[in-house]
Design a binder for this molecule. Structure first.
Ligand SMILES: Cc1cc2nc3c(=O)[nH]c(=O)nc-3n(C[C@H](O)[C@H](O)[C@H](O)COP(=O)(O)O)c2cc1C
Length: 189
């Protein structure tokens, strides 16, 4: 393997998730936009962080209300995901444009996207300015999961999900399951 040092480093992580973030602006108008700079950052309390460019319409709404919802799309929503990632609320109502349906959440004022099988309600607990992006750390205050995805023990059966992942600027689906965490230790037993 011969490696080259990239002179101008970029965040080369791959794959990254693709999520739809909903918020409510100061006029009480719901909005939805696509993020891929999103990740789990702690389990207790459960927290997820998102990176948002300061000039995004959604950024002001999240800053003002201190709330957002992470909606997990599946492959069937790819077109809506792409639209929400290329059109600003400053120009159009993306719910009307995509046919996505905003429905009330349980703990926050930002709506859920009805068509997404998983919705994660978050309250902002920390904001960090990182120059090109603002990092919002959201504490999870409610979690909604489509019953069709749940196994007998009440956990998500991930083989039933069809997540979209992002590689560079391309949308991909996942391939086959490679193993279960801890398989290498069990082999030695
Ligand atoms: C796949 C994909 C991922 C994106 N990820 C982010 C992101 O992590 N953070 C961000 O600020 N914008 C991201 N964007 C761009 C915004 O979704 C886009 O600018 C959107 O129109 C902003 O909507 P708003 O102005 O209504 O808030 C992404 C776009 C796409 C297509």
């Amino acid at each position: 393997m011969s490696k080259r040092i990239i002179q101008k480093p970029f965040p080369a992580l791959y794959p990254v998730p693709v999520m739809l973030i909903t918020s409510l602006d100061s006029d009480g108008e719901p909005n939805v936009f696509t993020v891929s700079w999103v990740g789990t950052v702690s389990s207790s309390p459960p927290q997820i962080a998102i990176g948002v460019r300061p000039h995004r319409y959604s950024r002001a709404a999240i800053q003002q209300t201190g709330e957002f919802v992470i909606n997990v799309p599946d492959e069937s929503l790819l077109r809506a995901v792409d639209i929400c990632g290329h059109v600003s609320k400053a120009r159009a109502d993306k719910f009307a444009l995509t046919g996505l349906t905003p429905v009330p959440a349980s703990q926050v004022r930002a709506p859920l996207v009805a068509e997404c099988p998983v919705n994660i309600e978050c309250q902002v607990v920390q904001t960090l300015s990182l120059d090109s992006h603002d990092l919002f750390v959201g504490k999870i205050v409610a979690l909604h999961v489509d019953e069709a995805l749940l196994d007998d023990t009440g956990f998500i059966d991930y083989s039933r999900t069809q997540p979209i992942v992002y590689l560079g600027n391309e949308y991909w689906s996942l391939g086959r399951r490679l193993g279960t965490s801890g398989f290498s230790r069990r082999e030695g037993e």
